[in-house]
Design a protein around this ligand. Sequence first.
Ligand SMILES: C[S@@+](CC[C@H](N)C(=O)[O-])C[C@H]1O[C@@H](n2cnc3c(N)ncnc32)[C@H](O)[C@@H]1O
Length: 175
Amino acid sequence: MIHQPLPSPPIAMQPIGFVRSPFQSLQGMPIQTAAAAHAEGWLDVLPAFQPGLRDIEGFEYLVLLTHLHQAGEQLEVVPFMDTVRHGVFATRAPARPNRIGLSIVRLLRVCGGQLHFAGNDMLDGTPVLDIKPYVPALDVRQTERIGWFEQGLERLPTTLSDERALSPDAVAART
Ligand SMILES: C[S@@+](CC[C@H](N)C(=O)[O-])C[C@H]1O[C@@H](n2cnc3c(N)ncnc32)[C@H](O)[C@@H]1O
């Protein structure tokens, strides 16, 4: 939990929809969509936002910006793919200020307001804040430095989630 005073007023956001997923618990679920091509799910887009889906079926991959609603908020974390502590902004850890997640998913089909996808690292019920089309020409960079992921990525294919990111509220709610 972060207890310092906020430097600016909160920003209110509204989910545009919710993820439906086979994952009901953080324990044992995938940690990144890149390592979970087999895991499917769908996004139920709320009726008020469905006009925004026009032409979305033309894209193979989508970027989902999510609110990782059961995560805590931390500034230093030991990420799933390492055993040492890093500043949260040098990681993709779920417990972070604002709890924003970024999941790139492969769009399988569009059924009305449902977007079915493969590549799933989200809990059932995860609120989605925005959807953007993934466009390699805009989103892919050639890189020479990936920080501690240089070693950490070796763990990606074999690492599953545990409950280290669960917020105290989420722990209390299930007991
Ligand atoms: C490491 S994060 C990565 C998420 C996203 N791909 C990213 O890079 O921002 C994925 C993990 O977040 C956790 N998680 C997924 N959905 C969550 C939710 N709704 N609330 C809290 N934690 C969640 C699970 O532990 C899952 O393995």
